[in-house]
Design a binder for this molecule. Sequence first.
Ligand code: KIV
Ligand code: NA
Length: 270
Amino acid sequence: MKRLTVPAIQRRKVDGTTAEPLVMLTAYTARQAQLLDSHCDMLLVGDSLGQVIYGLPSTLPVTLDMMIAHGAAVVRGSYHSVVIVDMPFGSYEASPSAAFASASRVMAETGAAAVKLEGGRAMADTIAFLSQRGIPVMAHVGLTPQAVNALGGYGARGKSEEEHAKIMADARAVADAGAFAVVLEGVMEDLAIAITDSVAIPVIGIGASAHCDGQVLVTEDMLGMFDRVARFVKRYENIAETISGAAERYAGEVRSRAFPTQEQVYRPKK
Ligand code: KIV
Ligand code: NA
């Protein structure tokens, strides 16, 4: 299987619709990427790794070096999906040239095909600057977790008419600026439908309705790694139970000396 490309992803939306929805999951490690790769169109190295891997309280403390280390691992572990790396908070907002300096490091040091950054109208110039200089950009509008302090929480967006109009303007602005796709997170269904129908680029939803051109979830959420998840998450497994169950059996066998057995022990050949 040859690796998909950014233009191939963009071409999946024809005349405003995507016949078969695009599939995206997050990945942070090489082995995880290997297991997800053949099932996905895109793997997102999300800054959600701050909470998921590092136990941080938000995505704000995530650094460019963290994103690069995990981005490189995911590229090494995949050969089919387009790999997209999140730009962490503080690495791109100040100016288009600051964003280029950070994004070019991501591209050069990970081998990823694109970066993702949060923001609509305010980031349009930056998206144009990067896109015109060889760095494909996926935008992220609606509920943008890096803006949690400004938004006041992680609640759904687009409830008021004013907010609806703002997020619609954000989506149009990033599409006009040259983003190849846009993540739409945590918005009311009517807004997701309106945005998907009014921009030419693929709209990848997370908590944004079935009408979007594709879907993304945080893999660990989808696997049931956490007790508490957002309403929009569907758990396809209960990996938390699997892991703690295995640890419990292992611990019991170590304490009772049932593990290791002769099968796991080195002895001289006779
Ligand atoms: O960081 C992340 O995982 C994301 C997705 C939820 C879209 O940005
Ligand atoms: Na993110």
